[in-house]
Structures are given as structure tokens and as C-alpha cells.
Design a protein. Structure first.
Length: 220
């Protein structure tokens, strides 16, 4: 049975359109051009961080984040950046008695924002910076399994990427849900992995309560 649901952050809970737009501004390139290159890099199976190298060779994302913060332009997201289905889906899952968590590749700064936004809605918020392990490293999912108070095969991990979320979570023994939104899921959706690996494929997080209920009923 699924007893816990753990969510990725970017393009799962948070629409990152505004944030990547500010990166284009920081680099001094048109947003349309930046977004086009971003999509091309992902479609080629490359690390999204290579996008920055295309415009500024030697770009160090960590250093540039610190420079942005020092300039009063720190990375930020808030309530208006959440996908519209996030709050109602969390409420329905909580109402069904499920343990809820958020765990993604995020900075310490982003972790503080997440706790401000969701501390009353979920049981745990963890980030790669908190744990010293980043997806798709198996160690990240070991940390998830360690902090969730249920067996690993009872933890549904929800994300938007086959490579970073679905495949490593499944390899860790978790059921998974792939949500179709953001650049990764859009590009990967018709791939063999996207069709075959996830336990569930959804267009909205609001599909999860019924899917989990049916899954648990079939497990009895």
C-alpha cells in the first residue's frame, strides 16, 4: 500500500518560468533565446546547467547564485509560482490520511522558502543541500527512505523527470508518478521510459488521490 507521498519541487510543485526568466535577464540574453537553448539542451539529454555554458563559458551556478543574492536579486519563488493544483491536491491527500513530504534538488535558501510555504501542509521538507546528496544519486533516495516512517515500497515519489526522479526512485524500490508539465516531462513524455517506468502518469496532481486509493484497494 502507498502510505506516503513525497514530491519533487521544480516543475512538480513550482512553476519555474519566472525564475528561469530572471536567469536569462542576469545573463543578458533574450528570454526566448534562453528558453529555446534550455529546451535544446534537455532534448539532447544533456545536463540543464550546460545551458548557462552556451551563453557564458565557465559559468559557475553556485557562484552566480551568490552574486545574485549579493546584488539583491536572489533566486526566489512564492505562492503565485505554485501550480494551481498543488494546494487542493495536498489537502485531498492529507484528508485521505497519507503522510506527505517534499524532497528535491534545492538550495538552503530554497529550503527556507519551501518551509514558509508548506510547513503546515506536509510532514517533512528536505533538500539536496540539507542532505549533501543530489538526485539522481541513490544516496538522495536513501535519505528519503530514511526520513519517511514507512517501508520504501509504501512511498510514492512524484516528479517531472524520468532521469532525475522516476528512474532512480524506482531503482530505490519506490512506486512513482510522472506529472506532465515543464520542459522535461513535455520532452520525455512519449519516450519508452516515460511510458513504462512510472506507476502512474498524470496531467494533474489532482489525479493522485483517486489513483492512490485505487492502487491501495487493489493491494488489499
Amino acid at each position: 500500500m502507498i502510505r506516503a507521498v513525497v514530491f519533487d519541487v521544480g516543475e512538480c510543485l513550482v512553476d519555474e518560468t519566472r525564475e528561469y526568466g530572471t536567469w536569462a535577464d542576469w545573463l543578458g540574453v533574450p528570454r526566448h533565446t534562453f528558453h529555446a537553448m534550455f529546451g535544446a539542451v534537455i532534448a539532447q539529454g544533456r545536463d540543464y546547467r550546460e545551458t548557462f555554458q552556451e551563453f557564458q563559458p565557465g559559468f559557475d551556478l553556485y557562484e552566480e547564485r551568490e552574486k545574485r543574492a549579493a546584488a539583491g536579486q536572489a533566486e526566489a519563488f512564492g505562492e503565485t509560482d505554485l501550480y494551481a493544483d498543488v494546494r487542493p491536491a495536498l489537502a485531498q491527500l492529507r484528508g485521505a490520511g497519507l503522510w506527505l513530504g517534499i524532497a528535491g534538488n534545492q538550495t538552503v535558501r530554497a529550503g527556507r522558502i519551501l518551509r514558509d510555504l508548506f510547513s503546515r501542509d506536509v510532514d517533512l521538507i528536505g533538500t539536496s543541500d540539507d542532505w549533501g546528496a543530489s538526485k539522481p544519486d541513490p544516496e538522495f533516495f536513501k535519505r528519503v527512505a530514511h526520513v519517511v516512517p514507512f517501508a520504501v515500497d509504501s512511498i510514492l515519489y512524484v516528479g517531472d523527470r524520468c532521469d532525475n526522479d522516476i528512474r532512480p526512485a524506482r531503482e530505490a524500490g519506490m512506486p512513482t508518478a510522472l506529472v506532465r508539465r515543464g520542459p522535461w516531462a513535455t520532452i520525455q513524455w512519449n519516450s519508452t521510459e516515460a511510458r513504462e517506468l512510472p506507476t502512474f502518469r498524470v496531467d494533474s496532481l489532482l489525479e493522485l488521490p483517486d489513483l492512490v486509493s485505487k492502487f491501495n484497494g487493489s493491494e488489499r
